[in-house]
Ligand binder design. Sequence first.
Ligand SMILES: NC(=O)C1=CN([C@@H]2O[C@H](COP(=O)(O)OP(=O)(O)OC[C@H]3O[C@@H](n4cnc5c(N)ncnc54)[C@H](OP(=O)(O)O)[C@@H]3O)[C@@H](O)[C@H]2O)C=CC1
Ligand SMILES: O=C(O)CCC(=O)C(=O)O
Length: 411
Amino acid sequence: MSSDALENANRYFEQAAKVLDLGRDVAVQLRTPFREVRVELNVRMDDGSIGTFVGYRVQHDNARGPFKGGLRYHHEVDAQEVTALAQLMTWKTAVAGVPFGGGKGGIHVDASKLSVGEKERITRAFVDKINDIVGDHTDIPAPDMYTGPQEMGWFLDQYTKYHGYKPGVVTGKPIELGGSHGRAAATGRGCLYVTEELMARLGEPLVGKTVVVQGFGNVGGWAARLFAEQGALVVAISDISGGYYDPKGIDVAAALAWVAKHRTLAGFHAAKKVDNDELLTLPCDILVPAALGGVITEEVARGIRARVIVEGANGPTTPGADEILFAKGVHVIPDILANAGGVTVSYFEWVQNLQHYYWDEARVNEELRRVMRAAFDATWEQSRSRSLPMRMGAYVVGIGRVYTATRMRGL
Ligand SMILES: NC(=O)C1=CN([C@@H]2O[C@H](COP(=O)(O)OP(=O)(O)OC[C@H]3O[C@@H](n4cnc5c(N)ncnc54)[C@H](OP(=O)(O)O)[C@@H]3O)[C@@H](O)[C@H]2O)C=CC1
Ligand SMILES: O=C(O)CCC(=O)C(=O)O
């Protein structure tokens, strides 16, 4: 995603601003981030040297509630990427109808090269630098690529040293520290729920549909598992080590067990090994990109054979590719709708933290389905009534809600 991420996000925004007939001044106001923070992190590495890293937190918009969005540890993280991802969060929380704005953070680092201790020290150093601008009613981080419950646990612990115990300052925590049941699966589960909604509109069953998933981490791993549990046939999966393809179906449970033991899919047996670009153009009914942004380029889009794309990742499709896919009749469930299950259950976690009253997983999943269905309905209705791709339908819903909140606040 990195270099073109902001350009792509702004292009989608401008397209939607035109549909909504927003004035230039309003469009600039809505698009401009509230605050962009860049911090230097100096950390003692295991070999005794000093590691210097750069961290970012961009707070895009808070008209509808506190800034909300994940933290990514990746070597492509830069100011533009984090700003683009923060903007996507603003529209996403609005499409989901959860009372948050949008923000995102990240650290420019290759997480695969860090020991657990180094990761912990980097996380704590980051909290040292940004604790004054986050808080349970101001800005609430969460996991994104290469962060998870453990990083959120360290984040909470370090934050507590400055501001006392406020578990709602961060979501995606371990259950033992006030995390929510169902948060780990939530983004993948949300992908499943919106796909079920689309299939119902198309009058087709999900059972027996072939599915290709790119990325086998939190989102991709759970998506593959949940689609398989519903009777779809997962024919290919992938991670940084490449793609694993079997037209007769991948044993997803075995793949998850493999990754739990070996960390990546490298060495996992499948009928055919493909690379991550080939994977995207494999014959299938449903493609779920669930890794990095910018992977579906115009060239890839021309070769795509899936009929449905469910954007588990943020920003996987470039605007040029999006046009090609629309012209080909591919149904793209856009990121700000498809992967909104994560922030939705983060909202449930925050509510539980503020109330000190905890829900069971059945309640979480039931409420998640309700939110995803409503978000899908609103998107579908906009896209049908205005003859727009679903992405623009979702943008119209999200930006429209943020615009209304902004106006009602009085400027
Ligand atoms: N976590 C969440 O709740 C949410 C995440 N998202 C988005 O979903 C996407 C994935 O996030 P998440 O699952 O949390 O991240 P994880 O870190 O849990 O997993 C990332 C996965 O992507 C793989 N990957 C990394 N680079 C590549 C590549 N170049 N080609 C193929 N696979 C690759 C990783 O492989 P390996 O492990 O081998 O390095 C890993 O399997 C991101 O775009 C994120 O922004 C969106 C909404 C919520
Ligand atoms: O759970 C959250 O608050 C945000 C997750 C996230 O970063 C995302 O939806 O992209």
